[in-house]
Each structure stands twice: as C-alpha cells, then as structure tokens.
Design a protein around this ligand. Structure first.
Ligand SMILES: Cc1cc2nc3c(=O)[nH]c(=O)nc-3n(C[C@H](O)[C@H](O)[C@H](O)COP(=O)(O)OP(=O)(O)OC[C@H]3O[C@@H](n4cnc5c(N)ncnc54)[C@H](O)[C@@H]3O)c2cc1C
Length: 379
C-alpha cells in the first residue's frame, strides 16, 4: 500500500475538515448551478486553493504537487461534487496561465485564484467540438489594439461565475497556422455568457460567445500557434486529480452501502450476511483500494515529470472513474428500494459519478490513446 507522507497527511486532514464543514449542506451545494457561497467560504477558510497555484504567486509549493491535489479532491468529493469542482477548477482553469502567462498577468490573477477571490475557467469545448480539440473553430487574431477572439465555447465549468477564462482557439493560415491561447476577463466587452443545460448532476455550466472580443497582447498564454502544449501540460497535472475525485466518491458510496447492509435485516440476518450482498460490498472495497493505490502512485509519478507520466495519469483516471461507476451501482443495488429514493445521498452519488467518465478525457478516448502508445511499444 502506498503510504502518504506526513506532509500529505496534513493536507488530507485540512481537506477532510473542509469537507466535513460542507457535509451538512452538501445536498444543497450539489444541486446548485451557481457558486454556493457557504461552500466557497469553507474552501476559502481552508486555504486549500493555494495547492493549485505556485508559491511565487501566493500558492503552497514551488511547483504544483499532483499528489496533494489528488488527495484534496478525494477528500472533498467524499462530501460534495460542488466543493470538489470549486477546488479542482481553480487549478484546471488557471494552469495555462501558470505555465504560459507573462509575469505581469500571473501577478495580477494568480494570488486572487489562490485566495479564491477570483474564479477560473478553461474554455476548450465548442458546440461542435468535444474530444477532438485540435478541431476548435474559435479564432484568435492579432489586431492593432491586441488579440481578437471570435467564436463559441460550450459546457464551460464556472461559466457565468468565473472572473476569467483561458481560451483555446486557432490562429493564422497556411503554414503559419496553429493553436493559441489567451486569457479573457469575464467582463471583456463582446463576451456573452448564458447558462448551460441542466445536467443529471447539476454543475455550474456556461455557454460562452465571443463576438469581436479584444484583449491586450499581454493576455496571450504560451507561444502563439504553439499553445496546444499548454493543454497537454494542464492534463498532465490535473487528469490524475479526477481519479482522486473518483476514489472519494467511490469510498462515499461504499460507506453508504455498508451503513445500510450492516443494519437492515432480511431472512433473519443483516443483508451483509446474505452471500451476494457481502460479496458485492467486498468487491467494492477491493475496487476502492485498488483505485486509490493506483491514483496515488500515478499522482506521485506526475509530481516529478507530469508529461512523462501522462499515460499513468490516463490509466489511473480510467481505472478510478470506471471503478466509481461500478461501486456506486453496486451500492444502489445493495440498498434495494432505499437506494432509489430521490434526495438521498446514494442517489446524489449515483448521479455525480456519471460525468467523471466523460470529462477531462472520456474513457474510450483515453483507452484509444493508450492503445496507440502500446502499438508504438510503450508499456
Ligand atoms: C460536467 C462537465 C463539465 C465540463 N467542463 C468543461 C470545461 O470547463 N471546459 C471545457 O472546455 N469543456 C468542459 N466540458 C466538456 C468536456 O470536456 C467534453 O464533454 C468532453 O471533452 C467530451 O466531449 P463531448 O462531450 O463533445 O463528446 P464527444 O467528443 O462527442 O464524444 C462522445 C463519446 O464518443 C466516444 N469517443 C470520442 N472520441 C473517441 C475516440 N477517439 N475513440 C473512441 N471513442 C471516442 C467517447 O465515448 C465519448 O464519450 C465539461 C463536460 C461536462 C460533462
């Protein structure tokens, strides 16, 4: 079993304390499609958002620590998907700025991200572009007074709540063509944000429209035409953190089922004593422990060389999110009709588990890229 260091245990304790604060109103927070202020306050008080910003700009460590981030997400997701998302998106939404922004731009925004005074958003997905991000149609172009942005972004977490968005677009033509990124403040003229669709697991989602938005050249992130690598760097640090969230959710679902099957009796004994039920919760325990071990290992590897270990992060994400799906489904089954009650915790966990297998690399997309890596001789 991979053991966390005392340093990581301390971070875990802080995260568990924040999660425990939110737990009494977690159902309400998870139903919210706007920032739940009490959840945000609990997160702010914990200081945990400092984990997703480098120390030079108000963060906790010199470079981001994927293991610390995964451990935090595990603890937060145990109680609330809304809380987990508020934390995770501060990092996912700002990492392109951390690695690709000018000193001035970083100094302006990152300390506020770390203090949770500014909320971050990452705008990649478009109405017609999802997994195949290289096909984005949003355009960026240098104009006399800065960089002009035109296009639409869809399903953007924190859309409408964020103070800025890191936006991926295409730029140039012919041989001088590529992907660029730019930071767009939420109040930029020409940017309209509409609420996104309601999901089975409610989420702060926005649909963004950029109509002749112009931001200063200094808002560029990374090298023009070559900024796609910022996306890969973001995934390399944060993909494994989704595995952490999945482990937290799976543990919560297992605990919920256990509480039920050790108390409820049928056929003269607790449900856990009826062969198949006991086997199912034991299988879920096995899934949770295996997912946690792999997640911690992949996150620890990502700490030294995130891009070099992206395959392990993908493996951990596929494993943990698929395991969470199985665990929560088994838990519902073990709870019988009580697992189906609207407004119950297990029902919330069941719904919250589903998006994990779609965002930040759908399972099939990750398996596809892992298969290609295997074909090239990686393992
Ligand atoms: C809750 C939530 C929050 C989100 N937040 C953000 C955000 O903050 N910013 C942002 O930019 N986007 C965000 N997204 C969008 C998310 O990144 C996309 O949903 C994701 O990239 C998948 O794209 P898609 O949904 O268009 O599915 P598609 O790309 O249409 O794929 C549909 C399915 O086809 C399969 N598939 C696709 N490609 C392959 C392949 N190569 N090989 C095998 N199978 C394949 C997979 O099963 C996949 O689930 C969010 C989505 C959700 C659900």
């Amino acid at each position: 079993m991979f053991e966390l260091s005392p340093h990581h245990r301390k971070i875990q304790e802080t995260a568990r304390a924040a999660a425990a604060e939110v737990d009494p109103f977690a159902g309400e927070a998870d139903a919210s499609t706007v920032v739940h202020e009490a959840a945000r306050e609990a997160l702010r008080r914990s200081g945990l958002a400092r984990q997703v910003v480098p120390a030079a700009h108000g963060g906790a460590s010199e470079t981001l620590d994927p293991l610390a981030i995964a451990v935090v997400r595990e603890a937060l997701m145990y109680s609330s998907a809304h809380l987990d998302s508020l934390f995770g998106m501060q990092g996912v939404g700002s990492y392109a700025l951390t690695v690709g922004g000018s000193d001035e731009l970083r100094a302006r925004w990152l300390p506020r991200v770390a203090a949770l005074d500014a909320i971050a958003g990452l705008a990649l997905t478009e109405p017609d572009i999802g997994s195949d991000l290289r096909g984005v149609t949003t355009t960026l172009a240098s104009v006399s007074d800065g960089v002009r942005v035109d296009g639409r972004k869809s399903f953007i977490t924190n859309g409408g709540a964020a103070d800025f968005y890191c936006v991926l677009g295409r730029e140039g033509d012919g041989d001088a063509r590529g992907h660029s990124m730019v930071l767009v403040p939420a109040d930029a003229p020409g940017l309209t944000v509409r609420p996104g669709p309601g999901l089975i697991a409610p989420h702060i989602l926005g649909e963004l429209e950029f109509d002749g938005v112009v931001v200063p050249e200094g808002n560029r992130l990374g090298v023009p035409l070559k900024a796609f690598s910022l996306m890969l760097q973001t995934l390399a640090v944060f993909r494994v953190s989704v595995a952490g969230s999945a482990v937290g959710l799976a543990q919560a679902a297992l605990d919920e089922a256990l509480r039920h099957v050790t108390v409820r009796e049928q056929f003269g004994r607790p449900l856990i004593g009826l062969g198949a039920v006991g086997q199912n919760v034991a299988l879920s325990w096995t899934d949770v422990e295996a997912a946690r071990a792999l997640t911690y290992r992949a996150a620890a590897l990502a700490q030294s060389d995130p891009l070099g270990h992206l395959d392990m992060s993908s493996i951990a994400k596929v494993n943990a999110t698929e395991a969470a799906g199985r665990v929560v489904d088994r838990s519902v089954q073990a709870m019988g009709r009580f697992g189906l009650v609207q407004g119950s915790k297990i029902e919330r966990l069941y719904r919250n588990a589903r998006p994990l297998r779609v965002y930040e690399g759908a399972t099939e997309v990750l398996l596809d890229s892992l298969a290609r890596r295997l074909a090239k001789g990686a393992s």
